[in-house]
Write a protein that binds this ligand. Structure first.
Ligand code: PLP
Length: 412
C-alpha cells in the first residue's frame, strides 16, 4: 500500500480554453435529472438519502458549511452506484422494447417483456459497488446478472454481489482487465454490458449511467434549498474512472453555468488516472500504470472513461491525489464527529474527499486553497459515496487505527 505523506494537486489549465458546451448539453441536458429522479422514485422502497450538515466540523476547519450527501443509505445497498446501473438498464429496455417511450418500473419486468423467450442477461465489471447495483436491479426485475471482478477484490465485496443473486467471475489482473473480459464474453454470448466506463464505440450506456447519478445531485440541491443554502461554492468529488465526477461537474455546471462551484476531483495516489491525464495536458485520457494498490477499492481504476474525461478536462478546476491515510482520516472523522454533528459511516472511497478537505487546511496547502478560493465563506459539498462496504476493513481502520496520520502531520 502507498502511504507517502503529501497530497499532490494540479490546477486544470486546459479547462476554459477548450470547453465543449455541445457535449455538456448532450450528456447533461437541462431535464436529465428530472427524468432520472422520476424513474428512481418508482422503485419500491426508494427514498432520498440524507444531506448531513457538519456545522461543528465546518467551524473547526474554517469554512462556512460542510454538507455531506450520505449515500451509505441508498436503497439499503451501502453505495450510490445503483443509481447509474438501474437507470442504464431502464434506458436500454426502453430502447429495445418501447421505441424510446417511457416504461414504468413494473413494465420493465422480464415476465412482461420476455414472456416467450430467454430474458436479456446483464453483465458488468466492477470494483464492487457498480456490480452490486447492476445485480440488484437485474434481480428486482427478474433478469440474470454476471459480474466480473478482479483478483484482488475482497471476499466481502464478492459475497455482497453474490447475495444479490449474480454469478461472479474473478478475472486475473486489475479492474481494467475485468472490464475487457466482461466485454469480450458479452460479445461472444449476446449479453448486454452495463458498464460505468466507456470505450470507443461504447458510449450510450455509460452516458446513461452518468445521467442516473444526477438523481443524487438533484436531491442534494433540493435539500440545500430546504436548508436555505442557495448552492455549494465547492464540490469535492471522488474519481475512479471519472463517471461520478463527470456527472457531478455536468449537473452543477448546467445549473450554474456562469458561476459554477469549484470542482476538486480527488483520487488515490496509486490510481491517479485523471490527475495524470490533466498533468499530461494534451486533452486526451491517459492510463495510470501499476498495480493500483490502494485501500480505496472503488477508486482503483487505471483507465479513465473517455466520455467522462472529456467533461472533466473541460470543466474540473483541480485534480488531487491522496495517500491512503487521507481516506482513513476521513473515515475516522466521519465516525467520531465534532460537537453535535451527526455520525456518518463512510468507507475508504467515500471518505477520501473529507480527508482531503481536512488535509488542505494545513499551511503548506495555502496555494491550493487560494487557487480554489476555499475560505471562511466556502460552502463545501461532499458525497459520502459508500458506507462500510467492507465491514472488516472498516473496523481495522476506524477502531484499530490502521493507516494513521504521519508523525509530522498537523491536526486540526
Ligand atoms: C464508493 C465509490 N465511490 C466513488 C467511485 C468512483 O466512481 P467512478 O468510477 O465513476 O469515478 C466508485 C466507483 O466504483 C465507488 O465505488
Amino acid at each position: 500500500m502507498n502511504n507517502s505523506t503529501a497530497l499532490q494537486w494540479i490546477a486544470n489549465n486546459y479547462a476554459t480554453a477548450t470547453a465543449n458546451r455541445k457535449l455538456l448539453d448532450t450528456l447533461f441536458p437541462a431535464d436529465v435529472a428530472a427524468e432520472a429522479q422520476k424513474f428512481h422514485r418508482q422503485i419500491p422502497g426508494f427514498e432520498a438519502t440524507p444531506l448531513r450538515r457538519l456545522s461543528a466540523l465546518a467551524a473547526k476547519t474554517g469554512v462556512k458549511e460542510i454538507l455531506v450527501k450520505d449515500e451509505s443509505l441508498r436503497l439499503g445497498l451501502n453505495a450510490f452506484k445503483v443509481l447509474g446501473g438501474s437507470y442504464a438498464i431502464y434506458k436500454r429496455l426502453q430502447q429495445i422494447h418501447a421505441k424510446g417511450q417511457q416504461l414504468a418500473f413494473d413494465e420493465m419486468r422480464s415476465s412482461n417483456l420476455y414472456a416467450d423467450g430467454e430474458p436479456q442477461v446483464f453483465v458488468a465489471a466492477t470494483d464492487g459497488n457498480h456490480g452490486i447495483g447492476v445485480a440488484w436491479a437485474a434481480r428486482e426485475l427478474g433478469y440474470k446478472a454476471i459480474i466480473y471482478v478482479h483478483q484482488l477484490t475482497s471476499g466481502a465485496r464478492i459475497e455482497a454481489i453474490a447475495r444479490q443473486g449474480a454469478r461472479v467471475v474473478v478475472v486475473p489482473g486489475t479492474y481494467d482487465d475485468a472490464v475487457r473480459e466482461a466485454g469480450a464474453d458479452a460479445e461472444k454470448n449476446g449479453w448486454q454490458v452495463i458498464s460505468d466506463t466507456s470505450w470507443e464505440g461504447y458510449e450510450e450506456i455509460p452516458a446513461w449511467v452518468m445521467q442516473g447519478y444526477t438523481t443524487m445531485l438533484a436531491e442534494a440541491q433540493q435539500q440545500m434549498k430546504a436548508m436555505a443554502i442557495s448552492k455549494p461554492t465547492h464540490v469535492f468529488v471522488q474519481g475512479g474512472v471519472g463517471a461520478l465526477a463527470a456527472a457531478t461537474v455536468g449537473y452543477f455546471k448546467q445549473l450554474y453555468y456562469d458561476n459554477p462551484p469549484r470542482f476538486v476531483v480527488t483520487e488515490p495516489e496509486a490510481a491517479a488516472c485523471l490527475y495524470s491525464s490533466c498533468r499530461i495536458a494534451d486533452g486526451k485520457p491517459h492510463s495510470f500504470p501499476g498495480d493500483l494498490d490502494t485501500i480505496m477499492a472503488g477508486l482503483a481504476c487505471g483507465d479513465p472513461s473517455p466520455l467522462a474525461w472529456n467533461i472533466l478536462r473541460d470543466y474540473a478546476d483541480v485534480f488531487i491525489t491522496c495517500p491512503d491515510y487521507v481516506a482513513a482520516r476521513g473515515m475516522r472523522v466521519y465516525g467520531a464527529p465534532a460537537g453535535a454533528d451527526p455520525r456518518v459511516i463512510s468507507g475508504e472511497s467515500g471518505a477520501v474527499t473529507l480527508g482531503a478537505l481536512l488535509t488542505i487546511t494545513e499551511p503548506k496547502y495555502a496555494a491550493l486553497r487560494q487557487k480554489i478560493g476555499l475560505d471562511k465563506n466556502a460552502q463545501v459539498l461532499l458525497i459520502n459515496t459508500e458506507g462500510d462496504t467492507d465491514p472488516q476493513d472498516y473496523l481495522k481502520i476506524v477502531w484499530d487505527g490502521r493507516f494513521p496520520l504521519p508523525e509530522n502531520q498537523e491536526r486540526i
